[in-house]
Write a protein that binds this ligand. Structure first.
Ligand SMILES: NC(=O)C1=CN([C@@H]2O[C@H](COP(=O)(O)OP(=O)(O)OC[C@H]3O[C@@H](n4cnc5c(N)ncnc54)[C@H](O)[C@@H]3O)[C@@H](O)[C@H]2O)C=CC1
Ligand SMILES: O=C(CO)COP(=O)(O)O
Length: 331
């Protein structure tokens, strides 16, 4: 049995704590708010996120990161990407030597344009081969309901990846390993931007042809960026690429897709933010991904238009016209 700390008691942190417990680990969730930690500890529910989920008794909770991290050989992080750097300062001193640090986050840091695993290495001083990424078609509510799904454990240390794979395997979650951390992380971050575009399309009343076009061309631009950054193009045909893209772009459970729907119906960024409560990573990450594309000289037309709609007030209908009137290309 392993001791796992899950830092972040939102939707995915809470569902993942259940996965870890069901896989046989002792789990301590770190929550920001005392009422959430108390409810998890005493009633085994998280009333703010996934309130229908009854957590296994092997899951406890605290607001003290030192308590959560004490003796943890697996440190799992599930907070909004743009808040990671600030939190790592507090947390890193409590990491157990040789603990595996697992990122569940799907975003790119604004300004530095770093992936979350890079940030963990840089800001927490963790060696790169101790950092793993878990990513795939894993909508938290479906995993919490034990609906069968697969996921990817990406780590440059293949033995460590296999250990994490064993530590999170349950009858409803089947993890695969992959050594392409760059590709897996980029797949997760960029699909959120494409899901915003699919949501906009849905909000504008467009059907499946439009969404399939966005998903397919979205995957093409994701792979282009990935290759420029050193990823294996095959990763994008796998669970962390195509798999997560399809799940997120197709599901009304996706916060990114839902956010896009609000914009597609003509709401402003502020109105969409007021109407949605949960983290929609693509809204901020589209800026960083657009900047990465510029930095590496890669064309990402869908990302570019999503950024304009989200942050420059562009009407999504004008974005559609811009995409449809690009110069003809071969596929
Ligand atoms: N919800 C899902 O289905 C999945 C989410 N993810 C990723 O997991 C990460 C976390 O997302 P969710 O749990 O879904 O978000 P959420 O919106 O459900 O919960 C966010 C959590 O982070 C905490 N938080 C917010 N600001 C914070 C700060 N400044 N410092 C520390 N904690 C803070 C909140 O209190 C909350 O517990 C994101 O990167 C997301 O893309 C990945 C796979 C599935
Ligand atoms: O990453 C996810 C599924 O794999 C969840 O997507 P959302 O963040 O859009 O809800």
């Amino acid at each position: 049995m392993k001791r796992a700390a899950v830092l972040g008691a939102g939707s995915w942190g809470t569902a993942f704590a259940k996965v870890l417990a069901d896989a046989g680990n002792d789990v301590t969730l770190w929550a920001r708010r005392p009422d959430v930690a108390t409810a998890i500890r005493e009633q085994h529910v998280n009333p703010d996120y996934l309130p229908e989920l009854r957590l296994p008794t092997a899951v406890t909770a605290t607001v003290d990161p030192a308590d959560a991290l004490d003796g943890a050989d697996l440190v799992v992080i599930a907070i909004p990407s743009q808040t990671l750097r600030d939190n790592l300062g507090d947390w890193a001193t409590h990491f157990t030597p040789d603990a595996t640090v697992v990122s569940l986050m799907k975003g790119i840091e604004l300004g530095t344009l770093k992936r979350m695993s890079e940030l963990i290495v840089e800001a927490a001083g963790v060696e790169p081969d101790r950092v793993a990424v878990v990513t795939g078609p894993n909508l938290a509510a479906e995993i919490a309901a034990e609906q069968p799904a697969a996921t990817v454990v990406a780590c440059t240390d293949t033995d460590r990846a296999a250990r994490v794979q064993r530590a999170i395997a349950t009858r409803y979650l089947r993890p695969y390993t992959n050594d392409d951390v760059i590709g897996c992380e980029l797949g997760g971050a960029v699909k959120n931007v494409i899901a915003l575009a699919c949501g906009m399309a849905h909000g504008m009343g467009f059907g499946e042809n439009t969404k399939a076009t966005l998903m397919t061309r979205g995957l093409a631009e994701t792979a282009r960026l990935g290759v420029a950054l050193g990823a294996d193009p095959m990763t994008f045909a796998g669970l962390a690429g195509l798999g997560d893209l399809v799940a997120t772009c197709s599901s009304p459970l996706s916060r990114n897709r839902t956010f896009g729907e609000h914009l597609g119906r003509g709401e402003s960024l502020e109105q969409a933010q007021a109407a949605t409560r949960y983290t929609a990573e693509g809204v901020k990450s589209c800026l960083a991904i657009r900047d990465l594309a510029i930095k590496y000289g890669v064309e990402m037309p869908i990302t570019e238009q999503v950024e304009r709609v989200c942050h420059e007030g562009l009407d999504p209908r004008v974005a559609v016209r811009a995409l449809m009137s690009r110069e003809p290309k071969s596929e």
